[in-house]
Ligand binder design. Structure first.
Ligand code: HEC
Ligand code: HEC
Ligand code: HEC
Length: 143
């Protein structure tokens, strides 16, 4: 093996090792999909709406998996559900709760359509804040 290649390889292995070590020291959780926000963008961009950012963890600590994945029929796949506003207003999918009774209602477009334009459908391991486009930031609520 030419020494230049071997050297580059060694550097990568060392870098990888130090990253793992850093994560172990700081206790940073590994990027696990189940902790992530789900960006849903099957139709939004095409309809000139910002992509939907669904904070999965926020919901999971409030509801049983069954409420969404069985009762409301959400398939376990980012982007794997054919969701549109007619269905939501009809009480399906997000509309099972975002109806002004269990949770705030559909007229709050920006609270769901909060992603940066062009963000593809994905499980994003970060917090909502890093995905939300600046214009979507709501002013702090006065207590
Ligand atoms: C409770 C969350 C939520 C709220 C509130 C909401 N939406 Fe949506 N909307 C979604 C989801 C989820 C989708 C599917 C996203 C995708 O696949 O791109 C969607 C899709 C859409 C689409 C593309 C599909 C279609 O139905 O034509 C449009 C346009 C849209 N929303 C407009 C709006 C407008 C306008 C408002 C406010 C009056 C609004 N939405 C409020 C969750 C929401
Ligand atoms: C409030 C509703 C809700 C609850 C409660 C909920 N989920 Fe989800 N889950 C969703 C939605 C919405 C998606 C994304 C679907 C989409 O993009 O069309 C999703 C996606 C997923 C995915 C797929 C992620 C990927 O990698 O593609 C898994 C796995 C999952 N949920 C597991 C769970 C488990 C386990 C629980 C309970 C501990 C749970 N969910 C509770 C709504 C919910
Ligand atoms: C099982 C009921 C349920 C379903 C289904 C549901 N939500 Fe929610 N959602 C809630 C509740 C309850 C809240 C908290 C409302 C409040 O604080 O007044 C909430 C809050 C939110 C928030 C704000 C989170 C925050 O940080 O304050 C967003 C964004 C959101 N939902 C998007 C969605 C989208 C998008 C869908 C569909 C993909 C969806 N929700 C489906 C019950 C639900």
């Amino acid at each position: 093996m030419p020494s230049l290649i071997r050297c580059a390889l060694l550097r990568r292995i060392l870098l990888l090792g130090s990253l793992v070590l850093a994560a172990a020291i700081t206790g940073a959780p590994p990027a696990v999909a189940e902790f992530g926000d789900v960006v849903i963008n099957n139709y939004s961009d095409a309809a000139a709406m910002r992509p939907v950012v669904f904070p999965h963890w926020f919901h999971r600590i409030r509801f049983r998996c069954k409420a969404c994945h069985a009762d409301l029929g959400f398939k376990f796949k980012a982007g794997g559900n054919d969701i549109n506003m007619l269905k939501i207003i009809d009480g399906q999918y997000c509309g099972g709760c975002h109806n002004g009774a269990i949770a705030w209602s559909v007229e709050n477009c920006n609270l769901c359509h909060s992603g940066k334009p062009g963000t593809p459908t994905q499980v994003h391991e970060s917090t909502v804040q890093e995905l939300v486009a600046p214009a979507a930031k709501t002013p702090p609520v006065k207590k």
